[in-house]
Ligand binder design. Structure first.
Ligand SMILES: Nc1ncnc2c1ncn2[C@@H]1O[C@H](COP(=O)(O)OP(=O)(O)OP(=O)(O)O)[C@@H](O)[C@H]1O
Ligand SMILES: [Mg+2]
Length: 402
């Protein structure tokens, strides 16, 4: 049995309908999927660099840098690998800990980073009373006592570099230099969106880090679609999210620098919108309502400057998409809608050629998108509405017409 939720319609009647979600937690950004998609090469690089922590323990202290854009999967990749490495170590009865710390949350402070690590190994350790260099020695002692190895992942390491300059990474990368014969216990992953920040490091720290750089390429549309489909299958009721919606979201996300976080957030928000209005299925309009985001995207002044029939054409687009389950319309479908709009407002519709010019103009002003698609029947133009909810567009045009 699926959970039912109730919403109130405009007349205050409570309606029970089926929740589109079956497990909404899977859409949380912190949720760790069981599979990481399209990052095989990057994952293998981590294996090459750090698997020796279990295959040849204490022999090497390895360092690597992961760089890539917002939502390119840096945090996920590191945590995913770390989790598996820890599991392997546990199976082999080795004391190995993967510790993932976000430098922004720790205000870029080496002291806070070290005390977090010490706390992980010795939860009862007192919070205060030590300086960073003392904590470093305490950590060394504890690791010796426990015969431990640590793979430390410093996420958003740019905040640490900004705050502490070169020093913090200088000490961490040279943790084993004083005693070259001693077992190697600390290895390091540094994660940053911006590779430029590493220029601020002194040359020797930089050179020891940049030997192993893992770059996360931007996802393409198909890859984003796969990432979304994985969540759709696990988080939503069957059939609640048509394939067309997944395509629509990946197209929008590709334009946002291929940010997978943005894509998953859109999917989550669209599902919540569908629930809020009592829809059994996620529709394009639910996606557009999330995609508008915080800032108004509709330029009302520009709508006011359109001529009457351009405004009517825009209204026809809004009407078509308002409750449509498709994300793209043919020019013919929009033209039919235009005729209906003209009839309703007592205007004589213009001929096809003229109508097409209006549409082209609306596209050049970015109100709508026109895409050329080749098919067996020849080439067709497909119209879509991306970031403006059709309802908002309809209201704006009607207001301006009146
Ligand atoms: N290859 C992938 N397979 C499955 N899920 C992914 C993949 N890449 C990213 N994600 C998901 O997208 C979201 C964003 O990924 P992540 O937090 O790792 O990005 P990031 O590169 O660390 O971004 P930022 O620089 O903003 O911190 C997460 O929910 C993550 O699970
Ligand atoms: Mg991250």
């Amino acid at each position: 049995m699926h959970k039912c939720i109730t919403t109130e319609n405009q007349t205050g009647v409570r309606l029970a309908h089926r929740n589109v979600f079956t497990d909404e937690a899977i859409l949380e950004i912190s949720y760790m999927p069981e599979r990481i998609l399209h990052r095989d090469a990057e994952y293998r690089m981590l294996e090459t660099l750090f698997d020796n922590l279990v295959t040849a323990p204490y022999e090497m202290s390895q360092k690597a840098v992961i760089v890539g854009g917002v939502g390119s999967g840096k945090t996920l990749l590191s945590q995913y690998y770390g989790k598996r490495l820890e599991e392997r170590a546990t199976r082999g009865r080795r004391n190995l800990k993967y510790i993932h710390l976000n430098c922004r949350e720790l205000r870029g402070s080496l002291f806070m980073i070290l005390s977090r690590i010490v706390k992980r190994l010795r939860p009862e350790f007192p919070e205060r009373g030590y300086a960073a260099n003392e904590l470093m020695e305490i950590l060394r002692q504890i690791m010796n006592e426990d015969n431990a190895q640590i793979l430390l992942s410093l996420d958003e390491v740019n905040v640490l570099i900004d705050k502490e300059g070169s020093d913090a990474l200088y000490y961490l990368t040279r943790f084993h230099e004083a005693e070259p014969e001693a077992p190697k216990r600390l290895s390091l992953i540094c994660i940053s969106k911006d590779p430029e920040v590493f220029r601020k490091l002194d040359r020797s720290t930089l050179s020891s880090l940049q030997r192993n750089v893992i770059r996360m390429p931007e996802y393409n549309r198909g890859q984003l679609t796969d990432i979304l489909l994985y969540r759709v299958e696990r988080a939503f009721r069957k059939d609640a999210v048509p394939l067309e919606i997944v395509d629509f979201i990946s197209e929008l996300a590709v334009k946002e620098r291929s940010d997978a976080r943005y894509a998953i957030d859109l999917l989550h928000g669209a599902g919540a919108n569908a629930n809020a209005v009592g829809s059994q299925q996620v529709q394009p309009e639910h996606v557009r309502k999330v995609a508008v985001g915080l800032f108004p995207v509709l330029d009302r002044e520009a709508v006011g400057q359109l001529n009457l029939h351009e405004q009517l054409t825009l209204l026809a687009v809004a009407r078509f998409f308002k409750s449509s389950t498709v994300t793209q319309a043919t020019t013919g479908e929009i033209e039919n809608s235009y005729h209906l709009v003209c009839e309703e407002r007592g205007e004589k519709p213009r001929g096809h050629t003229q109508y097409w010019k209006y549409l082209k103009n609306l596209s050049s002003l970015d109100f709508v998108k026109i895409k050329l698609q080749a098919s067996s029947q020849g080439r067709t133009q497909l119209i879509s509405l991306e970031k403006v909810p059709a309802e908002e567009l309809e209201n704006a045009v009607v207001e301006i017409l009146e």
